[in-house]
Ligand binder design. Structure first.
Ligand SMILES: C[S@@+](CC[C@H](N)C(=O)[O-])C[C@H]1O[C@@H](n2cnc3c(N)ncnc32)[C@H](O)[C@@H]1O
Length: 225
């Protein structure tokens, strides 16, 4: 009898798929394979409810979208965060590189007002540039290796409209040495790039997950451009 939980099986599969993809120089190739091969309960990050750190921010900041306000959800996975923003009144575009993940979003939320799209952060539609009043990025940058971190950060920053907000939820490391991954927690040195791209940090909350000493950052940036 195996003692592995569904999430443990998923984590093991990630190690295999990510190792192979990275060896082939394709750091994003493993996401579609994982979604296509695993049940949702095996996907380690799939909560099937809104991320609690996003929910905390929405409630604490009393975020309410006006009918014309737009939001983008980067690497939306199974869509729960996108649905939460839509319920708060935003016109939401949610995208993921995995066609299987987006198919699941459409199946789970057949009457959704969210515009779900298969899209690659590294090859986004140019008309999305500076288009969104709110951009939410939860745990996507950390799923990408350090070699592509800079273009990932730049692509996310580009989505934010002048005067708009960016919410990041990510694992955090308080030193600059390269970590083992995936996931690869973000450092302050990496996060500084958002400031260089015209986003100012307006609020930061740090949460400690005691069972594995993981630090989780909830970061709110505002575009000054
Ligand atoms: C660790 S998961 C997090 C999913 C979701 N944001 C959450 O917090 O539950 C990272 C997600 O980013 C997606 N992703 C990875 N690289 C991407 C890229 N280049 N463009 C768009 N989505 C990407 C993956 O398919 C996956 O759904």
């Amino acid at each position: 009898m195996s003692l592995d939980s569904p999430k443990d099986i998923g984590r093991q599969r990630i190690q295999e798929l990510a190792t192979e993809a990275l060896a082939q120089g394709s750091p994003t190739a493993w996401f579609e394979s994982l979604y296509a091969q695993c049940e949702p309960e095996q996907i380690p990050w799939a909560l099937m409810v809104v991320n609690p750190y996003i929910q905390d921010w929405l409630e604490t900041e009393q975020i309410q979208g006006k009918a014309t306000q737009t939001a983008a959800v980067v690497g939306c996975g199974f869509g729960d965060d996108a649905e939460a923003l839509n319920q708060r009144g935003f016109q939401v575009t949610a995208f993921d590189i995995s066609a299987s993940a987006i198919a699941q979003c459409r199946q789970r939320f057949p009457n959704s007002g969210v515009n779900y799209q298969v899209a690659d952060l590294f090859a986004l539609d140019p008309t999305w540039q500076q288009r969104f009043d709110l951009v939410v990025e939860s745990r996507t940058i950390q799923a990408l290796p350090l070699e592509v971190r800079s273009p990932a950060i730049e692509a996310i920053a580009t989505l934010v409209a002048p005067g708009g907000s960016l919410l990041i939820v990510t694992y955090y490391r308080d030193r600059e040495d390269p970590p083992d991954g995936p996931p690869w927690p973000l450092s302050d040195g990496e996060l500084k790039q958002f400031q260089a791209l015209g986003l100012i940090e307006v609020r930061r909350k740090v949460f400690l997950r005691e069972e594995n000493s993981t630090q989780i950052l909830q970061l709110h940036y505002k575009s000054v451009s």
